[in-house]
Ligand binder design. Structure first.
Ligand SMILES: Nc1ncnc2c1ncn2[C@@H]1O[C@H](COP(=O)(O)OP(=O)(O)OP(=O)(O)O)[C@@H](O)[C@H]1O
Ligand SMILES: [Mg+2]
Length: 284
């Protein structure tokens, strides 16, 4: 099989309605303890059990330092030395690099490369077929609304545009899973709102499995099929809230009573777990 056979069209087949999707990401008892330079142990994650279905959009909320990025890095194959088991589409996590695309808070584009060259980077690292990759990069650049900017350099783009480039770059090798770590954290509120809807459109077009970390409760509710709440460190999954709002989502839903119900419930869960952590600290 040639590498070009790996580059598939953007419009994936939709899963049959009402069928429970098979798990794209499975975490079984994942525990991570860091050892710092001064030999102190930092218990970052404790027995994380979590499944994310193929094509599902899952967000993670939790206090700063509770291990969200650690979890994302483990799924993305960037962090080793953990206990427990990770499988992607039923296979061990060693296939992360090919199956996963990652968007971080900062776009981290290479300033000496054009937008097209930045988007193509993962295909060069993975040695995918050049012509098919260029065609796909052009499709993705159009999908993220940057047609016409292919030959510009990162410094010529706004923060929101740069983040669009990093989304295209994360999808160019056609991974099945898109991991996003506070992807809109550095954007102003209005750009962020626009990007939320844009990413939902991209998700709807490409049908990727999305695992997104955010600090915004309303963003999590607006975008997700399910919101996972983590406890303060060591991070554990303390709740999983399915979001039964209809799709496609639109900004008007933010003022719906049901939307407010979800955000209140999530805030309560975060407050209760933060309080428990404070009490546990004071009594130890
Ligand atoms: N390489 C490392 N060495 C030692 N400790 C680390 C390392 N990386 C992260 N930690 C610690 O692990 C814990 C979890 O960190 P992590 O970055 O996963 O949290 P987070 O939930 O993503 O926080 P934030 O919301 O602020 O981004 C923190 O206490 C952090 O200091
Ligand atoms: Mg983080």
């Amino acid at each position: 099989m040639t590498a070009s056979a790996n580059v598939t069209p953007l419009l994936a087949d939709r899963p049959v309605a009402n069928m429970r999707p098979s798990a794209a990401i499975e975490l079984h008892n994942v525990t991570k303890i860091y050892e710092t330079a001064s030999r102190e142990q930092v218990h970052a994650l404790s027995n994380i059990n979590l499944d994310v279905g193929a094509g599902e959009f899952v967000s993670v909320l939790g206090a700063s330092g509770c291990g969200k990025t650690t979890l994302l890095r483990i799924i993305g194959g960037l962090e080793g030395g953990y206990a427990g088991k990770l499988t992607l589409h039923g296979r061990g996590g060693d296939n992360s690099r090919r199956n996963v695309g990652i968007v971080f808070q900062d776009a981290n584009l290479l300033p000496w490369r054009t937008i097209l060259q930045n988007v193509l980077l993962p295909t060069q690292v993975l040695r995918l077929d050049k012509r098919a990759s260029i065609a796909r990069a052009h499709e993705l650049i159009e999908l993220v609304g940057l047609k016409g900017f292919e030959n510009k350099y990162p410094f010529e783009l706004s923060g929101g545009m740069r983040q669009r480039v990093s989304i295209a770059r994360a999808l160019v090798h056609d991974p099945s899973v898109l991991l996003m770590d506070e992807p809109f954290g550095a954007l102003d509120a209005l750009t962020r709102e626009v990007m939320n809807s844009e990413v939902l459109k991209i998700w709807d077009t490409t049908k990727k499995t999305v695992f997104m970390i955010t600090h915004s409760i309303s963003e999590a509710v607006f975008m997700s099929d399910r919101v996972v709440v983590m406890s303060p460190r060591p991070g554990r999954v303390i709740a999983e809230i399915p979001i039964a709002l209809s799709r496609p989502r639109n900004i008007d839903m933010l003022s719906e009573e049901r939307f407010g119900g979800y955000t209140r419930e999530l805030r309560r869960l975060l407050d209760v777990s933060a309080l428990q952590a404070v009490n546990a600290k004071n009594s130890s």
